[in-house]
Design a protein around this ligand. Structure first.
Ligand SMILES: [Zn+2]
Length: 278
């Protein structure tokens, strides 16, 4: 199994970081987690595409994690040579979001159906609201959802992907919590969104200070990894954006709490997921 960080950015636009999205390449194909800004571009960079995703999993419905879901739906539909329904899992609200997104696309759907003679089917998205437990099972691959804590955004979920003996957890946005700890138990890789509490407090901007109470700081994420026996911690969705030359600060803050491998991701950073020797 392999994890590719498609977008390592956050809501703050950045020239070289797409919005939050992570590709997990499994023995049954590509699974996508979140669909942030530029996800289709970065999927192309990883030699994948919306048409190839076995399923899309949303951690929560904050705009930065779902803003390009409409692009996935359109691109998969318009570029497939036969009906190719898109499967989407996410917290309660996902079914409604998908329905509203398809409604938003109605004008374009009409244009393309009228123009392309061989395109005789509408986009089809099979959406399911999930909370906890196994949500996807195929071959050796099992995806388990679990509740996270991003209050007041509720509900939110994280996912654990097991492929044979290898495992990876996609935390999404959350503060440390029991639900995430249960998903992480003994996982080989943890992909965790993080913020820099010290930098945000120094900046002192009220709108930015608001994010402190519902995200994990770098040490928070590292303590979750240490507490649950994770092998490799991958940091993503860095807020504020990583300033060139300060990468070591992010790594140092994580390593002060966690003795495993720490990866500060960029877009298209790939991490092999192999069973960790404990
Ligand atoms: Zn969020």
């Amino acid at each position: 199994m392999q994890v590719v960080i498609l977008g390592s950015g956050s809501p703050i636009p950045a020239p070289d970081r797409a919005g939050p999205s992570t590709l997990v390449r499994t023995s049954v194909g590509d699974l996508l987690f979140d669909a942030g800004r530029g996800v289709s571009m970065r999927a192309a960079g990883a030699l994948s595409s919306p048409g190839a995703f076995q399923a899309v999993f949303l951690t929560h419905l904050h705009s930065d994690h779902v803003t390009d879901l409409n692009d996935l739906i359109t691109t998969r539909w318009a570029m497939s040579l036969a009906p190719n329904p898109l499967t989407v899992y996410g917290p309660v609200g996902t079914v409604a979001l998908v329905a509203a997104t398809e409604a938003m696309l109605e004008t374009d759907i009409g244009y393309r159906l009228a123009h392309h003679e061989d395109l005789t089917w509408r986009p089809a998205t099979v959406a399911t609201d999930v909370a906890a437990g196994v949500v996807f099972e195929q071959g050796d691959v099992r995806v388990t959802a679990g509740p996270t804590d991003h209050a007041p955004v509720h509900p939110t979920v994280g996912y654990r992907i097991d492929d044979g003996d290898a495992s990876v957890v996609i935390a999404g946005d959350t503060v440390p919590c029991d639900g995430l700890d249960r998903l992480c138990d003994g996982a080989d890789v943890l992909v965790h969104t993080v913020i820099r509490r010290d930098q945000i407090e120094a900046l002192g901007l009220p709108r930015l200070l608001d994010v402190l109470d519902y995200h994990s700081s770098v040490p928070d994420a590292a303590r979750t990894a240490a507490r649950t026996g994770v092998g490799t911690l991958v940091l993503t969705h860095m807020v504020p954006p990583v300033q060139p030359g300060t990468e070591h600060e992010w790594i140092d803050q994580a390593q002060s709490e966690f003795g495993g491998t720490v990866v500060l991701s960029e877009d298209l950073t790939a991490v092999e997921v192999t069973p960790t020797v404990q």
